[in-house]
Design a protein around this ligand. Structure first.
Ligand code: SAH
Length: 256
């Protein structure tokens, strides 16, 4: 059996209870050493074999999983955040399935949730935005034409941008070209929920300078949108005049 486990964004207590249990039972943990907090490996049993996948190819990872299966050993494949987001798990799952190896995915707290928690912000503010876009700037991995940053920027939703903190001049340019006003609030959140977490608040226009000054170029998310600003409308859900399935409001109000 192989488990693809979400490690959470960094803080070792932000893994799920299920994920922690699997780490404690696993005979072998293959972890993404570049981003997974090594403190999570403290949950492993004493004789667990630990393998850092940072320098491995997909084929080498699979080889270890297959070998473990042969020996009746359980593998935990530990991915940062939630494995469904830029986790490259699909290519592993497809091979594992083809080889008839049983697998299960245990979700994790993604870094975009960790970053919002670290800042105490909400992506979905009434009157501001009801949509969150999780995306990245094109790097060596191509981004489909219709999802280019200039296209997504037209929507002016709340954005969490992964894998792009090393390309801030290009990012800032494309966000503005796409339609975000230059003064739109932006944040660089480095290592959200880790002990050395750093948060830099800036604007879309000043992202490149802010990145340079704070010397952040990796392991950071870029958040963009007016949800980082001060203006919004209060939520209907907790409004005294609003009726919903669990509470009778004091006016005709709608349901949601
Ligand atoms: N599966 C992960 C994302 C992996 S891609 C998740 O759900 O979070 C790697 C990118 O995620 C990094 O380049 C960075 O943009 C972001 N990232 C991962 N952990 C982070 C953290 N603790 N703080 C800020 N950004 C993080």
């Amino acid at each position: 059996m192989v488990y693809f486990v979400g490690a959470g964004p960094g803080d070792k207590e932000l893994i799920t209870i299920k994920g922690q249990k699997i780490l404690a039972e696993a005979d072998c943990i293959i972890y993404a050493g570049s981003l997974v907090n090594p403190e999570l490996l403290e949950y492993a049993k004493a004789d667990c074999i630990l393998k850092d996948s940072a320098s491995m190819t997909l084929e080498e990872v699979i080889e270890i999983i297959v070998e473990n299966e042969k020996n009746g050993h359980m593998t935990a494949r530990l991915h940062t955040g939630d494995p469904a987001i830029y986790g490259a798990i699909k290519e592993q799952i497809d091979i594992v399935e083809e080889k008839g190896i049983e697998f299960k995915v245990i979700p994790g707290v993604s870094s975009f949730s960790g970053a919002a928690a670290a800042m105490g912000v909400e992506y979905t503010l009434p009157g501001v935005s009801q949509t969150v876009i999780l995306t990245r700037l094109e790097g060596r991995t191509p981004v489909p034409e219709k999802e280019k940053m200039t296209e997504l920027a037209k929507i002016q939703a709340s954005m969490a941008i992964f894998l792009s903190s090393g390309m801030l001049p290009e990012l800032s340019k494309q966000l503005i070209e796409g339609g975000y006003p230059k003064e739109t609030p932006a944040a660089i959140v480095y290592k959200a929920t880790w002990p050395d977490e750093k948060i830099v608040i800036t604007t879309v226009e000043e992202l490149p300078e802010a990145g340079e000054q704070s010397d952040i170029s990796r392991t950071a998310l870029i958040l963009v949108g007016n949800f980082l600003g001060g203006e919004y409308e209060r939520s209907m859900l907790y409004h005294p005049e609003f009726t919903h399935g669990y509470r009778q409001g004091n006016s005709a109000g709608g349901n949601d």
